[in-house]
Design a protein around this ligand. Structure first.
Ligand code: KG4
Ligand code: ZN
Length: 449
């Protein structure tokens, strides 16, 4: 068992401004994460802080991702997208600076539509942001223990900007370089806030990820299963958009997933019978796009029945939301149940003290958490989730991964010759085939949520 690194670092998180302790002996990691083009639904809250703080909003062409939002709704705010993201980086940075960890998350919020433009904007801004980060932190580059940068997986054009800029810094200040895997960073974040020993099971569910993995060490992962198509957050966003929840007075400011969760509370899940996907496949893989098409068809049918146009809100929207959420929760819970049983059967997890960590934006869904709780109760596991701001993509997780690696002495490069970014990169060793071959039958549990 590896002991937890950086107890001091964790302790810093509770420090108030101006009460930072001496830095002696502590790890100071500059983390740079430019791995995507951005996500539109986050902008709203970012823009609110932006309008009062930024005097240099950038004008950017827009496009939409498959989120609840549509461009009409967002156009006035899109002007601020780049600047808002940079500001949000600053917010996060300040929080971390107090703790003497430094990170920068740069994201152009370009919705993935025009990557070269996002790349150009990243290039234009990265130097200033890192300079501001360092100056705000009052830590000089020479005091840094290392520079940690996301190099995989992600959008090639974005990863390239982060990597080449980081390498310039590394060469200029003669610092060790720590390449970071985005999913590994997600998976280990729980160790920043909770005392969790290896091995533990992690379920990552967000708009971009969906996987189950066994975490055996800082850089030792076994991939048990993943989504064969889209991620659950992506699907919820698509359904919410199809239901036009952006026009719903109670949901207009929410992400798709949050809107579905909110509306589901007012609905009756029994009014629609959507079948959980892949019921016959006895593995730990997931699938959401087939279910999404079934839901699309149902919505279309209901629109005809209710005599309304596409774009108007169905009277049965809440029932659909409740049924969708329940079906997804059952699907995720079943695959996770099988992963726990597989790991226990193979003695990969403790029989009585196993931990399941759930992270990613969808992990904030309380209904899905309840479903997972039923599974962990039935299998004597402990269910843990990082706090919401650490569940979603953030820079702290990249910095923390750097700290973990420094303590473990793993993956620290003193020579960066030949280092490349990798847009597609699986997590750990893929044993999902073996999991499928084990064909574990999962006992039926009453999903009374
Ligand atoms: O981790 P995240 O912030 O970003 C990435 O996708 O990487 O996750 C965002 C996703 C979105 O698809 C959003 O709809 C979903 O998480 N989400 C939720 C909830 N809050 C956010 N899904 C279900 N229930 C929620 N309460
Ligand atoms: Zn992520």
């Amino acid at each position: 068992m590896t002991s937890l690194p950086g107890r001091q670092v964790r302790g810093f998180l509770s420090l108030r401004k101006g009460r930072a302790p001496s830095l002696q002996g502590r790890r100071r990691v500059l983390a740079i994460s430019v791995h995507e083009a951005g996500i539109i639904y986050r902008l709203k809250k970012l823009c609110i802080s932006l309008t009062s703080q930024s005097d240099h909003p950038l004008l950017v062409l827009c496009g939409t991702k498959n989120k609840i939002t549509n461009s009409e709704h967002w156009i006035p705010k899109l002007y601020f997208r780049i600047a808002s993201c940079l500001l949000s980086c600053c917010d996060l940075k300040c929080r971390v600076f107090k703790n003497k960890l430094i990170f920068t998350k740069l994201s152009s919020c370009f919705c993935g539509i025009i990557p070269p433009v996002a790349q150009q904007l990243h290039r234009e801004n990265i130097q200033r942001i890192v300079r501001e980060a360092l100056s705000l932190s009052k830590v000089s580059p020479s005091e840094l223990s290392a520079i940690a940068t996301t190099i995989k997986p992600g959008l090639a054009l974005s990863l390239g900007v982060g990597l080449s800029f980081s390498l310039q810094l590394v060469n200029q200040f003669k610092k060790p370089f720590i390449p970071i895997h985005h999913m590994e960073a997600h998976a280990l974040t729980i160790r920043l806030t909770n005392k969790v020993e290896f091995p533990f099971l992690v379920l990552l569910i967000s708009g971009g990820h969906c996987l189950l993995a066994l975490v055996r060490g800082v850089s030792d992962f076994l991939l048990l299963g993943k989504s064969l198509d889209i991620a659950p957050g992506d699907m919820l966003d698509k359904v919410a958009r199809r239901l036009s929840l952006i026009k719903h007075p109670e949901c207009s400011t929410m992400s798709g997933g949050k809107a579905i969760e909110h509306l589901a509370k007012q609905g009756n899940k029994l009014h629609f019978d959507f079948k959980p996907p892949m019921q016959r496949a006895k593995n730990c893989d997931f699938s959401f796009s087939g279910l999404q098409h079934v839901i699309d068809k149902t919505i279309m049918q209901k629109e005809i029945e209710e005599g309304i146009e596409k774009g108007q809100i169905l009277s049965s929207a809440a029932d659909i939301a409740a049924a969708v959420q329940h079906t997804i929760a059952c699907h995720i819970a079943k695959r996770t149940h099988r992963a726990i049983l597989f790991c226990k059967q193979r003695n990969l997890l403790s029989q009585s003290n196993a931990v399941l960590v759930v992270s990613g934006g969808v992990a904030s869904n309380l209904y899905i958490r309840k479903a997972l709780e039923i599974i962990t109760d039935a299998t004597q596991c402990t269910l843990l989730c990082p706090p919401p701001r650490l569940c979603t993509d953030n820079g702290i997780m990249v910095a923390w991964n750097g700290v973990e690696r420094l303590h473990a002495g793993l993956g620290i490069l003193y020579d960066t010759e030949g280092i490349r970014y990798e847009p597609k990169c699986p997590l750990g060793v893929d044993i999902s085939k073996e999991v499928g071959e084990a064909a574990i039958r999962v006992p039926r549990l009453k999903m009374k949520i």
